[in-house]
Design a protein around this ligand. Structure first.
Ligand code: FMN
Length: 314
């Protein structure tokens, strides 16, 4: 007879991927959570599974001119332009504080415009303690290949992931662009090039126009769409990608409640990330962890990791 689970201790929310143990599957997404330290006063960082810092490049970047954000029906457009302080300043100014905080998991998001950019940024970050993994943002135009995004071209994706794999001294998560025809193909390319996990989705290319002024709502004209508006497409992509690869999948896109996390896990995600929800409520990530705990108690889920890929098809 199987012993009945001990529910007095509450559900086990822990998950693990690429050798990283998280106390729960909730990770704050890159670009929506600063460098973590900025959220220290509003969120108990050690209640989260982890957080991904703003995308880091080799050199600091100023980003695009305003307007860079625009709220849409059930979503948000952004064209921040990957503004960041640069990998070296992150190590000198942000990481020492993060290292003092106990029981947190910090993931560094990395991007570049050439393969060498990725290589140099990872090399700088490799030198420092306190980073659990790298998340490679492949959604920027590859200037070496005439501007096509790394994440939209299988050959460019293969090259950049293989380069990062070679140089990285940490687990490598490859964050896929959803602006492709076959997410399954891109997931397989990332896996074969050496990714330890994949995360998806990044934002969808989109735009908005002001009919009165006849001008674009965003100075860059096109922007990335995120938030609840993209959730059903993100869910489908997580499902497709998780069927295509053996490595773990981290799902995101429009998560704003605990039940959304359950849906992503049933579709195949091992863990999830939450982005735009933090713009509407800076405490969203922590609140959703509490909500998730309650959801599991109510639904008698003893071990949340058992839900991954558990969608029933009949
Ligand atoms: C303002 C903003 C900035 C972002 N910056 C980054 C970034 O620097 N690197 C990255 O990989 N993704 C970035 N993203 C994408 C998010 O991490 C996430 O993939 C996307 O927003 C979908 O999740 P969500 O619907 O929960 O926001 C950004 C998103 C937003 C809204």
């Amino acid at each position: 007879m199987t012993p009945s689970p001990d529910r007095s201790r509450g559900p086990n929310l822990s998950v693990s991927f690429a050798g990283i143990q998280l106390k729960n599957p909730v990770i704050a997404a890159s670009g929506t959570f600063g460098y973590g330290v900025e959220f220290e006063d509003v969120v108990h960082l050690n209640k989260l599974g982890g957080f991904v810092v703003k995308g880091l490049s080799k050199e600091p970047m100023a980003g695009n001119p305003p307007p860079r954000l625009y709220e849409t029906a059930a979503g948000m457009l952004n064209a921040i332009g990957l503004q960041n302080i640069g990998a070296r300043a992150f190590i000198d100014e942000k990481l020492p504080r993060l290292r003092q905080l106990k029981d947190i998991v910090v993931i560094a998001n990395v991007f570049g415009y050439t393969r060498e950019d990725y290589e140099s940024t990872i090399q700088i970050l490799n030198e420092s303690e306190g980073i659990a993994a790298y998340e490679l943002n492949v959604s920027c135009p590859n200037t070496g290949s005439g501007g096509i995004q790394f994440g939209c071209d299988p050959r460019a994706l293969d090259e950049v992931v293989a380069t990062a794999r070679h140089i990285s001294q940490r687990p490598l998560i490859v964050k896929l662009s959803p602006n492709v025809t076959s997410i399954a193909q891109m997931a397989r390319v990332a896996e074969e090039a050496g990714a330890d996990a994949i995360s998806l989705v990044n934002t969808f290319l989109a735009m908005a126009v002001d009919a009165e002024t006849r001008k674009p709502r965003i100075s860059n004209v096109t922007a990335g769409l995120s938030g609840p508006a993209i959730k059903p497409i993100a869910l489908r992509m997580v499902y497709d990608a998780s069927k295509a690869v053996k490595i773990p999948v981290i799902g995101m896109g429009g998560i704003s409640a605990a039940v959304d996390i359950i849906e992503f896990m049933l579709a195949g995600a091992t863990a999830v990330q939450i982005g735009t929800a933090s713009y509407w409520d800076p405490c969203a990530t922590e609140k959703i962890v509490d909500e998730l705990q309650e959801w599991c108690v109510e639904h008698k889920i003893d071990r949340i990791s058992s839900l991954t890929g558990g969608m029933l098809l009949d």
